[in-house]
Design a protein around this ligand. Structure first.
Ligand SMILES: [Zn+2]
Length: 386
């Protein structure tokens, strides 16, 4: 059986090689690559050389009609990549090739003549061969799935480019003061994102950041429990940063506090953004006249509230009705016009609108049940039921 198979392989290899050589005198790499899948355990270069001597085709001289002798230039590209990589801190890399349009059409026209049944693409050979050369120089590991940096051989521009993967840090934040939006908004200079990102930008030398969080509190609300987030830093030159000192520097602001920082990967972004935790709030409520029937609020416990998109956010969100449950509710009298409400609600329940009724857009509401105008004067997220 083995004999038959190798007989078949030999015939197939010689047939393919003869057809390929009709296209011109290919270099050993380009010749061997056309039957890479027939015989394994060799480089394409070695395959090409053996078959060439077998067919008594003379040594290749001059320019290969397919690759233009690109393989001879790989050591130089590997040196370039190495000197660029030296400026970075990373532990894994991957090589990718952007072919020039000339190379793509040369390869395609060759395949039209000989078929593609047994060949490997030039792109995959370039990635592998350049990867080996770079590995010999930097001694860092390849990582196909989640490399810290991708070395790109750009053959249109004939140069090496680096694509540094973003750095992802997971954590939870608390917002201890009012008046700061979570992310860039309107005229606000300071944001939760900016405060958290500042020490990371300095330590990593990154050039951009974004904060992916599980929901957001209103600008004028505090968040007194840890809200899960993933911070993404673009183009970090350093990755091995000390998360404890990042946290210390953020917490010193007394405006935002972070907890449980850890390094993570992009997949956490969707996970954090997809979380729908219930939340508890403390709301200070001011009524337009003295309240004598506060116990009527007991009806809100367990009630499903229909909330049309609030007036205050209607300009940036689609107008629709959502149904959310009030899971728990209790109150404390401060004076006859001011009460503190403790409310636990399903994810997405609008608290200010639950209190005011939002001109009938939120039903039922604190105001409609008591028959008195009501508004939230202070709001805190006190617990995120993660
Ligand atoms: Zn070639």
């Amino acid at each position: 059986m083995a004999g038959k198979k190798s007989e078949f392989n030999k015939r197939k290899i010689l047939e393919t090689a003869r057809a390929a050589l009709k296209h011109g005198n290919l270099c050993d790499h380009c010749l061997g690559r056309q039957f890479a899948r027939v015989s394994t355990g060799m480089t394409n270069d070695e395959r090409g050389r053996i078959v060439r001597s077998f067919l008594s085709v003379p040594e290749k001289s001059g320019k290969c009609p397919v690759c233009g002798n690109i393989f001879a230039k790989l050591p130089e590209y590997a040196d370039n990549a190495t000197s660029l990589l030296k400026k970075l801190e990373y532990s894994t890399f991957l090589v990718g090739t952007k072919l020039s349009s000339g190379l793509i059409s040369e390869e395609e026209s060759l395949w039209e003549d000989i078929g593609i049944e047994y060949c490997e693409s030039i792109k995959s050979e370039l990635n592998r061969e350049l990867g080996k050369l770079i590995y010999d120089r930097v001694k860092k590991d390849h990582d196909l799935g989640n490399p810290d940096v991708v070395v790109i051989l750009n053959l249109d521009k004939e140069r090496i480019e680096l694509e540094i993967r973003p750095l992802f840090v997971r954590g939870e934040y608390m917002k201890l003061v009012r008046g700061i939006p979570q992310t860039k908004w309107d005229k606000y200079e300071e944001t939760v994102e900016g405060i958290i990102a500042a020490p990371f930008m300095k330590a990593t030398g990154g050039d951009s950041h974004s904060l992916h969080a599980s929901g957001r509190e209103d600008i004028d609300a505090r968040c007194l429990d840890g809200r899960p987030f993933v911070l993404e830093i673009g183009n970090p030159k350093k990755r091995g940063i000390d998360l404890e000192s990042m946290a210390a520097s953020i917490n010193k602001t007394k405006k935002v506090r972070v907890l449980n920082l850890s390094f993570t990967a992009r997949r956490e972004v969707a996970k954090v953004k997809g979380m729908r935790p219930d939340k508890s709030y403390r709301a200070l409520v001011e009524f337009s006249r003295p309240v004598t029937n506060i116990e009527k609020l007991g009806k809100l416990k367990g009630a499903v509230v229909e909330q049309r998109t609030p007036n205050r956010v209607a300009h940036r969100r689609a107008d629709k009705v959502r149904k959310r449950k009030v899971l728990d509710l209790s109150w404390k009298r401060i004076n006859n016009k001011n009460f503190e409400l403790l409310i636990k609600g399903e994810a997405g329940l609008y608290i200010k609108e639950l209190v005011s009724g939002d001109d009938g857009r939120s039903v039922p509401s604190v105001a409609s049940l008591l028959g008195i105008e009501a508004k939230v004067t202070e709001l805190d997220v006190t617990k995120i039921w993660k």
